[in-house]
Design a protein around this ligand. Structure first.
Ligand code: WTA
Length: 646
């Protein structure tokens, strides 16, 4: 379709950007050669400290230990709000675009200050103190940002649970972090459909005896159940408290939030991020990667329930005094031109989304894009999964009119901020490549024997040194942090991703090398879907793998062995899909469920996932060695009944 060409930085972009190639090189070198001095300068430049730190960093990958700006004190909400009031109090902090195109709002920094202080005081009035965990289960409304910042203001630790999660998933996360307060909404609204958030919370709380307060934002006003001993309306509660709330002075290493994410085994991990280092990385990457300039309108389409929403809707942009757009709806409602209509309506300059959205919109045809102006756009970004070159080129040529650089940003919940990325004024772009490391990031590629690969190579992606927004621990289970990230290659952080480095030193992320799936940019552990399936009475055993999907990137393929007395049927397949949605969330529903009398196992009883993956991918030539299987015949059976045929 389009030539897979190099896209060099244009003169116009270079001249207006914060950094050109020489600037990138100089800063990158400084970040690697004099890290202490480099990070000290950045922390002073990007953040406002109440008390200076005495030590820039103290990290030990062998213990999975990291601390940054030790001894420093600051408050995240002060950095994101108060310090902007004198210079830009009346500037819009948040543009809210509702699900319906007629519904929008603008919140100035001054209003943001008042809202956050009031909600912080409501939390205090319910006894919430520094260090307490607060669960947020919210739609994409400004109150979600108020709630995060209100927690930060009083030193409470928020745990945002994506609004697409089921009541059971909410319950597990509330219990794991022992949250005693929940902030939610009566309903969410997405694509014209209501999402019963409060009802889900009610269900979750049936088994959460420690939760004493549920603060509910009124979004739709539909009827909901109410427990007068526990529930309070947000709009009523904020009227009863003061509009001033003194910020809690926080240690740089005090926890800011927990965010649950899927791993290759077991239940989701509570990734813990702390205050100073996290905020610095979020702000600094927002400034350089998006080349943000004062007055610009910046839109990240993520949900605040994921790390991208944390770092690039709320913390990074607000720390930089930006105007950040928060969109409640979906890119295809009322139709597939919605994003570009919003771009025109609010004159968006910077647009950041996921490859799955780009592919979905690409499939709808160019008309939906070209019917809108998009002349305000200056920079495009992508995140969450590898972007195929075709989608990249479409994004660049059709959406960006061949004018806007595309920054393909690689990072993770655990990294807190963007790690491998182009910088628009510095990096010549190659479609499909996340290109080069950000400041202070030292990637490397490892072979299976633990040897570092040099030059152009493919291997497992690791990071060789700590960065400020590094995951600090897995909440309540530090050993799990060490085992997951710091054991595969002692002394190195293992990302779980595979990558290729080309002759120019550019990185091409190829995807997860562990049992983590990436479905429409949502990270899902195969273990989570498997444990949901085996909870069902009719399932004896289940194995879940990913298979390629044109729009979603990956789809879920489940092999299910029924109980001996169960008759497999299509009705049961639908029931199992609904059951997984109920256990985890709609986004984790298997695309395919294949019945099988058995699973291919080694003689020691280990499921051979490699073979299951190949069958699901319909790649039968490369099945590999099946001779070590306990029962090789089962493979023939699986192949004969496979569902995802080319
Ligand atoms: C994948 C999302 C290729 C990767 C910020 C990573 C990507 C996982 C990219 C983290 C990218 C993220 N190119 N793959 N630009 N960005 N990934 O924790 O597999 O939801 O490990 O964080 O997404 O997903 P998470």
């Amino acid at each position: 379709m389009y030539p897979k060409e190099l896209h060099p930085v244009t003169d116009q972009v270079r001249e207006s950007a914060h950094l050109d190639e020489a600037g990138y090189q100089a800063m990158y070198r400084a970040s690697i050669e004099q890290p202490e001095q480099f990070w000290a300068e950045q922390a002073e430049r990007f953040l406002t400290w109440e008390h200076p730190w005495h030590t820039v960093s103290d990290c030990d990958f062998r213990q999975g230990q990291a601390a940054w700006f030790i001894g420093g004190k600051l408050n995240v909400s002060v950095n994101c709000i108060d310090r902007h009031l004198s210079s830009r109090g009346e500037q819009t902090a948040i543009i809210w675009e509702g699900d319906e195109p007629t519904d929008d709002a603008r919140i100035s920094y001054r209003e943001l200050h008042e809202k956050v202080c009031r909600l912080a005081n409501v939390l205090k009035s319910r006894g919430v103190k520094k260090g307490d965990r607060v669960c947020l289960y919210m739609p994409m409304v400004p109150e979600a940002a108020y709630a995060m910042l209100a927690c930060a203001r009083i030193g409470a630790v928020h745990s945002v649970v994506f609004g697409g999660f089921s009541p059971d998933a909410v319950r597990d996360r509330i219990l794991d972090a022992d949250c005693q307060t929940v902030i939610t909404a009566d309903y969410g609204v997405r694509g014209g459909k209501p999402v019963p958030l409060k009802a889900n919370v009610d269900k979750a709380l049936a088994k959460c005896p420690n939760v004493h307060s549920v603060i509910t934002v009124r979004r739709t006003g539909e009827t909901i159940d109410w427990d007068t001993t526990r529930d309070l309306w947000y709009h009523e509660a904020i009227e009863q408290v003061s509009a001033d709330c003194a910020p809690e002075p926080m240690d740089s290493e005090d926890p800011l939030f927990i965010l649950y994410t899927s791993g290759s085994t077991g239940k989701p991990k509570g990734v813990l991020h702390t205050t100073g280092g996290y905020l610095l990385s979020a702000a600094m990457t927002h400034h350089y990667v998006f080349d943000y300039k004062p007055g610009e309108i910046y839109w990240c389409t993520a949900d605040v329930g994921w790390i991208t929403g944390h770092s690039y809707i709320v913390y990074g942009p607000l720390c930089n005094g930006a105007t950040t757009l928060m969109f409640e709806g979906v890119p295809t409602y009322p139709d597939a031109s919605r994003c570009w209509q919003v771009v025109d309506k609010h004159q968006v300059n910077i647009f950041y989304t996921a490859p799955t959205a780009i592919r979905a919109l690409m499939a709808k045809g160019n008309e939906f894009v070209t019917s809108c102006q998009r002349s305000s756009l200056r920079l495009l970004g992508t995140v969450g999964e590898p972007i195929n070159p075709e989608a990249w080129e479409w994004y660049y040529h059709v959406v960006g009119d061949s004018r806007c650089p595309v920054v393909d940003t690689w990072w993770q919940t655990e990294t807190g901020a963007i790690m491998i990325t182009p910088l628009p004024g510095a990096t010549d772009l190659k479609p499909g490549s996340a290109t080069r490391p950000f400041f202070g990031v030292e990637p490397a590629l490892m072979d299976p024997d633990g040897k570092e690969l040099q030059g152009a190579a493919s291997g497992n992606l690791v990071l060789k040194r700590s960065w400020p927004s590094q995951i600090r621990t897995v909440y309540g289970d530090h050993q799990r942090l060490v085992d997951t990230y710091f054991s595969a290659y002692p002394g190195l952080y293992f990302t779980g991703d595979g990558a290729r480095r080309d002759e120019d030193g550019y990185y091409w992320i190829t995807g997860r090398v562990d049992d983590v799936l990436n479905v429409s940019g949502h990270r899902i552990g195969t273990a989570e879907v498997e444990s949901a399936l085996v909870l069902h009475d009719s399932v004896a055993e289940a194995a879940v793998v990913g298979c390629p999907h044109d729009i979603k990137g990956q789809a879920i393929y489940a092999y299910v062995m029924p109980m001996h007395d169960v008759e497999p049927s299509d009705a049961l397949i639908s029931e199992l899909k609904a059951f997984v949605a109920e256990q985890v969330g709609g986004f984790a529903k298997p695309e395919f469920i294949q019945w099988t009398p058995g699973l291919p196992k080694t003689r020691s009883g280990k499921i051979m996932r490699r073979i299951l993956r190949k069958i699901a991918e319909d790649e039968l030539e490369s099945l590999g060695d099946t001779s070590t299987l306990a029962d090789p015949a089962v493979v023939e059976e699986l192949i004969a009944h496979r569902l995802n045929r080319a």
